[in-house]
Design a protein around this ligand. Structure first.
Ligand code: AMP
Ligand code: DBH
Length: 554
């Protein structure tokens, strides 16, 4: 094979491609327009050059100014020797550097992994190892955590890692470079087409560590443009980004990319508390914001306690990531005059929105309808048989922006996708007569802790490594604020000098922390039991364990 053929083959390694007939269809229908994310960004920057693109604290950047910094950062990356197909992990809080790193790396064909600030070294080193990432970009610290300690851990574990860039005080690592002297011209990524993978999104998953989701330029941008239209964004839109910028919801539903497509202004919030965000909403006359239900509840509580009703002034408040209780939806609309939009999406693809002109009852009680008429949706029973209209079943989906497989995960893909390429979402849903989806529950072994997904198996594996743990089972327990929290049931080994159980509890939490899992994965509650309950098949009976928790709380 020629060099360029080898390089081309490398770009598809570990990636399940769309079948040719689907590619044809998505192009013919005008969903896939052959534009890369860099071309998209350049077009936005040209069209809206003078508009303010991003505001962070006191810093305001126009589209033209942002583009200049992106191009210079691309030139810097090129000078460092990075090439198309190389990966990097970006783990930044909501600061402008996130967008510079994202667009600049994609601009030279690198493939960034969208790590969240909550991830710790077990997750980040897994992302680096899976993608053989050469570069890791983080901030000095955020929310009291020092990412340089994480970087040290990753450097020890990950031979592929060549460089660490730290925004802030870098210590032994590289500082965020001053690129002002760099040229705006760079070679770009001539071999990358819109059909190639642009970056890796992450999934909460239900087995092991978070799965990497390869998203192509074509498929992602289709969802972005369509979302911007559904959300009616335009040049006057001012969007507050309170959730982590790297999350699929924040990036694409309609998110920052949807906003850039429309020429609006993005206002970055350091963290999502009412204290920080209410002030930003008033100061910048924010029109759009997106939250998870737990935060919507907190914001509502703050208004109830006498803060200004910021809900009434928004053109839209999106809530998604976890099931929004009907009562809270009703309160937001009826008490606070909020224009609510429910969003039910997944980093793997499919996104559903309630539309602004849906009836109030639909917006209160459903999670909306698909973006595209070509989002194929099936609701099936345990044997994959389609159910009658209105019945609750497993949601399967396939479409112009839903992946056909996780990255380098052949074995898992055989379970997570049907033979004909439908993604098994693991959600239990039903469809109303007018085509709206209601999320009724979940079949995947995952806990949704206020929108942060925990694959129970990952935490159990960590717990099981503790010498005093014989077996563990992590289950969801109902929580008023977060919707769900996690409870670990532990069958433990007695030792001669048995510590008290409350002491062992603390040790187990510390054990999970030291293992390097994201903080939200540390069990909220620990229960010690003598014997695990089992199903007829001999699996741990989690249903029974959840039942015990509910009974104990009554
Ligand atoms: P992930 O695959 O990690 O991106 O997480 C997507 C999952 O989050 C979905 O499959 C649902 O389980 C859950 N989810 C997202 N939005 C909603 C929502 N509005 N209501 C209920 N569950 C949601
Ligand atoms: O939870 C999610 O992953 C999610 C929620 C809303 C998502 O990926 C999205 C919208 O795009």
């Amino acid at each position: 094979m020629q060099d360029h053929q080898l390089a081309e083959a490398g770009l598809w390694e570990g990636i399940v491609q769309y079948p040719p007939e689907f590619i044809e269809k998505y192009i013919a229908k005008g969903y896939w327009i052959g534009q890369t994310i860099s071309e998209f960004f350049n077009e936005c920057a040209q069209k809206y050059a003078k508009n303010t693109a991003v505001i962070s604290a006191e810093e305001h950047l126009s589209y033209a100014e942002l583009k200049r910094q992106v191009d210079q950062f691309s030139a810097y990356l090129e000078q460092k020797g990075y090439q198309a197909g190389d990966s990097l992990v970006i783990q930044l809080p909501n600061i402008i550097e996130f967008f510079i790193a994202y667009f600049a790396s994609i601009g030279i064909g690198m493939r960034p992994v969208m790590s969240l600030p909550a991830h710790r070294h077990a997750e980040v080193s897994h992302f680096i190892a899976q993608t053989e990432a050469k570069l890791y970009i983080c901030a000095e610290r955020h929310s009291g955590f020092d990412y340089r300690t994480l970087a040290r851990e990753c450097r020890q574990r990950c031979p592929s890692l060549q460089q660490v860039i730290v925004v802030g005080e870098p210590e032994e690592f590289d500082p965020w470079p001053d690129v002002s002297a760099f040229p705006e011209q760079h070679a770009g990524a001539p071999n990358i087409t819109a059909r190639h993978v642009a970056f890796f999104q992450l999934s909460g998953g239900s087995t092991g560590t978070p799965k990497l989701i390869p998203r192509t330029h074509d498929d992602y941008l289709y969802s972005v443009r369509a979302s911007a239209e559904i959300c009616q964004l335009d040049e006057t839109s001012k969007m507050l980004m309170a959730l982590p910028a790297a999350h699929n919801f924040s990036l694409s539903s309609a998110g920052s990319l949807g906003l850039f497509f429309a020429g609006g202004t993005l206002v970055l919030a350091k963290e999502p508390s009412p204290n920080t965000c209410f002030a930003l909403i008033e100061k910048h006359r924010i029109s759009h914001a997106a939250l998870v239900p737990a935060l919507a509840a907190k914001w509502a509580e703050t208004v109830q306690q006498g803060a200004a009703n910021i809900f009434a002034g928004l053109k839209a408040l999106q809530v998604g990531g976890a099931r929004l209780p009907d009562a809270l939806a009703r309160q937001l609309i009826e008490e606070y005059g909020c224009r609510l939009q429910q969003v039910f999406g997944m980093a793997e693809g499919l996104v559903n929105y309630t539309r602004y002109d849906d009836s109030a009852e639909s917006i209160i009680s459903t999670q909306g309808s698909r973006i595209s008429a070509d989002d194929e949706i099936k609701i099936v029973d345990d044997e994959d048989r389609e159910l009658a209209a209105g019945e609750v079943g497993h949601l399967l989906t396939r479409g112009p922006y839903t992946i056909r497989g996780y990255f380098k995960a052949d074995e898992h893909n055989r379970k997570a996708f049907t033979r004909d390429g439908f993604y098994r979402t693991g959600d239990l849903v039903r469809m109303t007569e007018d085509g709206n989806i209601i999320v009724e529950g979940r079949s995947k072994d995952q806990i949704n802790r206020g929108g942060e997904k925990i694959a129970t198996e990952e935490v159990e594996q960590a717990l099981n490594l503790h010498p005093q743990v014989m077996q563990s089972a992590l289950v969801a327990m109902p929580d008023r604020m977060l919707g769900e929290k996690s409870c670990a049931f532990i069958q433990w080994r007695r030792e001669e000098k048995d510590p008290s159980l409350s002491r062992l509890s603390m040790q187990l939490r510390q054990h999970v922390r030291t293992f390097g899992l994201a903080t939200f994965k540390i069990p909220d509650h620990i229960e010690f039991i003598e014997d695990m309950p089992y199903t007829a098949l001999g699996k741990i009976d989690k249903k029974e364990l959840r039942q015990r928790l509910i009974q104990a709380s009554n």
